[in-house]
Write a protein that binds this ligand. Sequence first.
Ligand SMILES: Nc1ncnc2c1ncn2[C@@H]1O[C@H](COP(=O)(O)OP(=O)(O)OP(=O)(O)O)[C@@H](O)[C@H]1O
Length: 480
Amino acid sequence: MRVFTRAGVVKLQRKKSGMERQELEQRFRHNLLQHCGISCGQRLLVAVSGGSDSVALLRLLHRCIRPLGLQLVVAHLDHGLRPASGADAVFVARLAAGLGWPAVFGFASVAQQAQQQRLGLEEAGRQARYDFLYQQAHRLGCAAILLGHQQEDQAETLMLRLLRGTAVSGLAAMAWRSGLLARPLLDCGRDELLSFLALESQDYVTDASNAELCFSRNRLRHQLWPQLQQEHPGLSRRLAQLAQRVAVEEDYWQQQLQPLLLQLEPLSEGFRLSLERLRPLHPALRARLLREVLRWLRGDVQGLAAGHYAQLETLVQAADFQGVCCLPRAVVVRTRTALEFLRRLPVPEQDVEECAIPGPGRYPLPGGWLEINQVPATAAADDRCRIYLSSQDLRWPLQLRSARPGDRLAPLGMEGHKRLKDLFVEWRLERQQRWQTPLLCQQERVLWVVGYRRSRLLLPQPHEQWVWRVDFQAVAPKSR
Ligand SMILES: Nc1ncnc2c1ncn2[C@@H]1O[C@H](COP(=O)(O)OP(=O)(O)OP(=O)(O)O)[C@@H](O)[C@H]1O
């Protein structure tokens, strides 16, 4: 049996720590090259707050990159939220200078920006930070912006998304690489990074706001997380691994989506996707496709919840074709053969004053204008902003007005009549929009809920050579 003296134990511990550091460095280098797509010789912007994670990031880079010929520029933004924030900038400046790397600094008045843009402090800070980092990366010709998010951050992000009701793809949490942003520490534990810093005799700053419980992430970190960790040791690691697996699967789904997205038919205000293509898809693939189309249309999918996707699924499966689904910033209209994904029309700012339309011409509306012309009957189909009316059955004058309680519509695509009030609820139109949406009527009968649905009335007959074309052009309200 070997007996170790105290000095021997210390020596052994040092050896173990040295080996752990070596393993951490190897993993870090692998993450940098394989997961984050960094190539030899590139210039990188390293975002350093002065906290333990980003300081560890900088020190790891400093140790690992010499053989790779990478150049670093350190970047720090002072959010101006704490009296001591200037001291963090000084700390980062000294650290960068000590390691021999250039550094850039910025200042943002985050509290003011949060007030102006009606954002929470966390969100405003994030926006200001990313604006600053992107600007600097472009100005300095950097190939990537490296961030110090680590395993616990990843697990917290996944958990917060879960608690807020994410789609499955949201469980992928933060990506190793997303555009310019790269996160090479995603599989490194906080304790592992702290041990590394201790071994390097490197200090770091502690941000007092990280302990403030007004931020949801901090509440999770300090209140819920310790309890969960106690019950389920290794939870952070397992959640971060789950995020990685979901990311790989999402990559697979993206590949499956590509050929389907090529089948999207562009419209002037959105896209059309035929039911023939949508219906045979597996529901999982269909849900992702619908989500992706909405992302294309709106630029993001914020504010869309599971209930919205369930509504779209109902539209796809419905036998009749009168459906409309109003979503935040988008409207999806079901036609006989397709779903049309359209940008939301601007909400009119006032009711439409009732006016008579004595004949063809152009008529102003609060939210735009309406134009009626006689045109040769062609195969042209109605859409949300254009309908064709029979010239044989139309009797002038028509009327334009806002909806009234008691109005009914005989929606094209289904039998019978429906109360507009019920249709508005079914379409999820906001209250304000319900009674300000213009209606085109003939003798009190609704022909068209402008911008949404037409009725079966006055459909052009097959033998007609000329028909009336009614166009609606929406005008965005002037910003006040
Ligand atoms: N003020 C800042 N200036 C530059 N980069 C920052 C700043 N704040 C955060 N970052 C970058 O964003 C990453 C994530 O930010 P987050 O707020 O989660 O970290 P932190 O707790 O402030 O600091 P750290 O991650 O360094 O311990 C940081 O690791 C760092 O790379």
